[in-house]
Design a binder for this molecule. Structure first.
Ligand code: XMP
Length: 512
């Protein structure tokens, strides 16, 4: 096991992911409970993450001393480097300029982390994101690589197997970063790379059994990959103690609820209850335009429905959800543990505090593409594995401005036409996620001989690997023209279509 101590960086999970890709099991532990995590996990190597904090601030987090006294290899990344230097007798100062983005590293000396990756004298792109920097290194360390703004970009104490880098090897913008992390776990820590998704499945099943015991679990099933994989995993662990609940909140895509129920009944022997709660949700949301209020309202009502269904079953101790890591990282605030809140994803931050059921979230550490691999491992049909993600709050967050039944209906139709065109053009699998958004803006048009004054529909399509970053999909104009014409012709209420060419960042994938 590799222990990753999290100081709150937005990309800590990417470190975990790279370690998993190297075939090594790891766990992330928040810095507050790092010492306890150390004793529990008995790791063979330790990685210190980045952080939005500064080691120069009073009370900023530190690694427990045992990290440096236990004789294990340690890799400090960004803030991890700074706190490591600070704790071992080096010095950190506020940088003259903040360094953000691409930088180039000159390799000055040999280092086990570079072995077979970077020869001495070569130059490589890395990704920097920091304000402070190290200005004096602790005794026993030497500089092995530098960048023009960071004379201590890469330092090492090979004797003690301590390594510390100013840049982020875990992000894709450091093209060789994964190889450096692989060298750290394999060559430095001597760990074998024999951990796989099959092992994850076994561990997850064991963990679910240990958490749940003989209690009853209900699982919110949306028909998306995440909740489907979560349901299969939990079913494998506890069989009939699981009941799946599909809540049709009136915010699903066209025909979606019926299709999902049909497919689950056809392929699986899992208990499934289909609840039509459209009126409950739409009545509560009618007129609401604030994105966070929409998310919170939906989160609360989901729980109300789940609790009601649980009561009908004679009680359930646990609620299972297919929460993924990106949902967690973008919802958690600095007080609960690490990073800044971007939006309250309904299956995480949107949940009310008063909830009576405990959560089972077996996918909480995984990224979407890893969940797809796990889905394959569990035998989920290809048509489900390849489905585009669909957010829990559904069409509500694709209808900016006040929600009305009419608008939802218009949006549902437009979305169905758009996805139909994508499938017909054979583009569905090349796109990571595509959907329509109904803008709260009316524009003037002319159809036949008449004037129209109707809504604008925005089309969105992105490519992505894990939903954390995304690029807009580069359609050819013919396709866009075709989709727009069909939407305007077939959907009453829309007379103009635009295409969203924003990537993430700075946009998010959804509009709210
Ligand atoms: P954003 O909009 O944050 O979305 O770039 C990243 C991915 O997450 C999906 N998403 C959600 N999924 N509950 C979910 O289950 C939510 O509340 C939620 N909000 C966004 C989004 O569709 C995209 O795939």
């Amino acid at each position: 096991t590799v222990l990753i101590i999290d100081f709150g960086s937005q990309v800590t999970q990417l470190i975990a992911r790279r370690v998993r890709e190297a075939g090594v099991y790891c766990e992330i532990v928040p810095f507050q409970s790092a010492e306890e995590g150390f004793h529990r996990l008995r790791p063979k190597a330790i990685i210190l993450s980045g952080s939005p904090a500064s080691t120069l601030e009073i009370g900023s987090p530190r690694a427990p001393q045992i990290v440096f006294d236990c004789g294990l290899p340690v890799l400090g990344i960004c803030y991890g480097q700074q706190t490591m230097c600070e704790q071992l007798g080096g010095k950190v100062e506020a940088g003259h300029h903040r360094e953000f983005g691409r930088a180039f590293l000159e390799i000055d000396k040999e280092c086990t982390l570079f072995e077979d990756v970077w020869p001495v004298g070569s130059r490589h792109q890395v990704w920097m994101s920091h304000g402070d920097r190290v200005t004096a290194i602790p005794e026993g360390f030497e500089v092995v690589a530098t960048s023009s703004n960071a004379p201590f970009a890469f330092i090492a104490n090979e004797k003690r197997r301590f390594y510390a880098v100013q840049f982020h090897p875990e992000v894709v913008h450091t093209p060789d970063g994964a190889k450096l992390l692989s060298n750290f776990v394999h060559k430095v820590a001597g760990l074998k790379g024999d951990w796989t998704m099959a092992a994850y499945r076994d561990q997850a099943v064991e963990a679910i059994r240990a958490q749940v015991g003989d209690k009853r679990v209900i699982c919110g099933l949306s028909g998306g990959v995440d909740s489907s994989v979560a349901a299969l995993l939990i079913h494998e662990a506890i069989g009939d103690q699981l009941t799946c609940i599909l809540v049709d909140h009136g915010l699903m895509r066209k025909n979606e609820a019926a299709d999902v129920v049909a497919m689950f009944k056809e392929h699986y022997d899992i208990k499934l209850v289909h609840v039509d709660a459209a009126d409950l949700f739409i009545n509560a949301l009618e007129g609401e335009s604030d994105p966070e209020k929409k998310r919170k309202t939906i989160g609360k009502l989901f729980i109300d429905v789940f609790e009601e269904e649980a009561r009908k079953l004679g009680g359930a101790e646990f609620l299972a959800q297919g929460t993924l890591y990106p949902d967690v990282i973008e919802s958690v605030s600095f007080t609960g543990g690490p990073s800044v809140t971007i939006k309250s994803h309904h299956n995480v931050g949107g949940l009310p505090a008063r909830m009576n059921m405990k959560l089972v979230e077996p996918l909480r550490e995984l990224f979407k593409d890893e969940v797809r691999v796990l889905g394959k491992e569990l035998g989920l049909p290809e048509s489900f594995i390849g489905r585009h993600p669909f957010p829990g709050p559904g069409l509500a967050i694709r209808c900016p401005g006040g929600i009305t039944r009419d608008k939802l209906e218009i949006l549902r139709e437009a979305d169905a036409v758009y996805l139909d065109e994508i499938r017909k053009a054979g583009l569905y699998d090349a796109i990571w996620q595509a959907f329509a958004v109904l803008l709260p803006v009316q524009t003037v048009g002319v159809m036949g001989d008449g004037r129209t004054y109707e809504f604008v529909c925005a089309l969105r399509a992105v490519t992505s690997v894990d939903g954390m970053t995304a690029d807009f999909y580069h359609y050819d104009m013919e396709f866009l023209g075709r989709a727009a014409t069909r939407i305007i012709n077939e959907v009453r209420g829309i007379n103009r279509v635009v295409y969203d060419v924003t990537s993430k960042p700075p946009g998010t994938i959804e509009w709210e």
